[in-house]
Ligand binder design. Structure first.
Ligand code: HGY
Ligand code: MN
Ligand code: MN
Length: 414
């Protein structure tokens, strides 16, 4: 590895994060830039422009991934890929994903300021709609790149029957051309993602840098409860089949089952009913939620334990329940690449803490394409997916320096 590279220009990074935090939906709380919204398009256009100004070869693909490429010295070498996502959850923060996209742009700026020309090509990517959508599909852009955004995902619909394809088209994207967004895995040497931890462990350990060992698996479920519509004033409590009461018990069962597991977590996103009236007993209710665990067996057990509680709930409420779920297993980060990241951190003066990620990331899909590794920087108070989300600029700068060094160490390998 030749000449030393300068450190991150955190003033520019700060300005970039601040600019992106203005491209949000002001009708929503926090910093909301929802996938395929006009704010999302504006942010991606700005990132596209930043890449052009850095002299990258830039394209925005049919699903909204913004991909900039810096030619390497060896045209036959596969590319090193760095990046993350710039969309947010509704009511989210200013750093989730954004630190990885802005950080990747700054890596290019550091290399150029230091007159370092890599042997490998370097791809910088802002993945489209990592956070998911009302249709329940997460990691849209990286799934398209990995070739796992199939027709069933594009046909997934929300409560109003709107498909993901229709949502994408409304945001100016071309879902019918999803096939052309796929990358060839032969072209990728490695993927490195800088991201905020979104949890409390780095801060609790007093660590500046985390290296992710694995990313939790997620079982996403939909529970449909069928009861009986009756008059709220005349039907005795003992003869009701109240779908909403059964759903309420199911919500508490998710919490109880997850809380009694080792590291698993369980969350209900919403309970909806077809008759939100107080004078009519609910005949239908739908509970949407998820379990997560870094251990695949544990994840399976969480879901099966929940399914096992349903017959007793039906007996208690006189209801009938249907449970559907999709399990995405944990993604294991590449050990050799993770060791290289830890070495990059050590050279920058940090003892990297090895930890699993409770949040999912585009690295899940990229780890199926190429050896992948993640660098975490601390979240203040462990908060994320909320307006209070915060990561100190100095920590972001340290993360970018480690990402830069990791790219350079990886570039020294074939
Ligand atoms: O759901 C997640 O963990 C990620 O923040 N999209
Ligand atoms: Mn994220
Ligand atoms: Mn997120």
């Amino acid at each position: 590895m030749s000449s030393a590279s300068s450190g991150a220009d955190t003033a520019w990074v700060d300005e970039a994060i601040k600019h992106l935090s203005t491209l949000v939906d002001s009708d929503l709380p926090g910093w909301s830039r929802i996938g395929f919204s006009e704010q999302d398009a504006a942010a991606r256009d700005w990132i596209h422009q930043q890449m052009l100004e850095l002299g990258l070869d830039v394209r925005t693909d049919p699903v909204g991934n913004v991909i900039g490429r810096l030619e390497g010295q060896d045209p036959n070498a596969p590319d090193i890929v760095i990046g993350s996502h710039s969309d947010t959850v509704p009511g989210g923060g200013r750093f989730d994903g954004i630190v990885g996209v802005v950080g990747a742009l700054e890596v290019v700026r550091v290399l150029q300021r230091s007159n370092i020309r890599l042997r490998h090509g370097l791809r910088v990517v802002d993945f489209s709609n990592e956070e998911g959508n009302p249709q329940g599909i997460k990691l849209v852009g990286s799934r398209a790149v990995a070739g796992t955004l199939g027709p069933e995902a594009l046909a997934a619909s929300d409560e109003e029957g709107r498909t993901l394809a229709a949502l994408m088209a409304s945001g100016g994207r071309s879902p019918q051309e999803v096939g052309s967004a796929r990358w060839n895995r032969r072209d990728i040497a490695a993927y490195l993602e800088l991201h905020i931890e979104q949890g409390p462990r780095l801060e609790a350990a007093g660590a500046s840098i985390g290296v992710v060992t694995r990313i939790c698996g997620i079982s996403t479920f939909v529970l449909d409860v069928h009861g009986r519509r009756d008059h709220a004033g005349t039907t005795p409590m003992s003869t009701r089949a109240d779908a909403l009461c059964c759903a309420a018990d199911a919500v508490l069962a998710v919490q109880r089952i997850a809380a009694s597991s080792d590291d698993g977590v369980g969350t209900v996103g919403a309970v909806t009913t077809t008759s939100p009236l107080t004078n009519t007993i609910s005949e239908e209710a739908r509970v949407t939620g998820e379990f997560r665990s870094a251990d695949e067996t544990d994840l399976e057990e969480l879901l099966q334990t929940f399914a096992g509680t349903l017959p007793a709930l039906d007996a208690r409420h006189g209801t009938r329940t249907d449970l559907a779920w999709k399990m995405d297993p944990p993604a294991i980060m590449d050990e050799a690449l993770s060791d290289l990241v830890a070495e990059a951190a050590r050279r920058a003066g940090h003892d990297a803490l090895r930890l699993y990620s409770g949040a999912t990331h585009d690295s899940v899909e990229m780890s199926a394409m190429a050896p992948s590794a993640m660098i975490f920087v601390p979240s203040v108070g462990g908060r994320s997916h909320c307006p209070e989300e915060w990561t100190d600029l100095a920590d972001i700068g340290r993360g970018i320096d480690v990402l830069t060094q990791a790219v350079r160490l990886r570039d020294d390998l074939p």
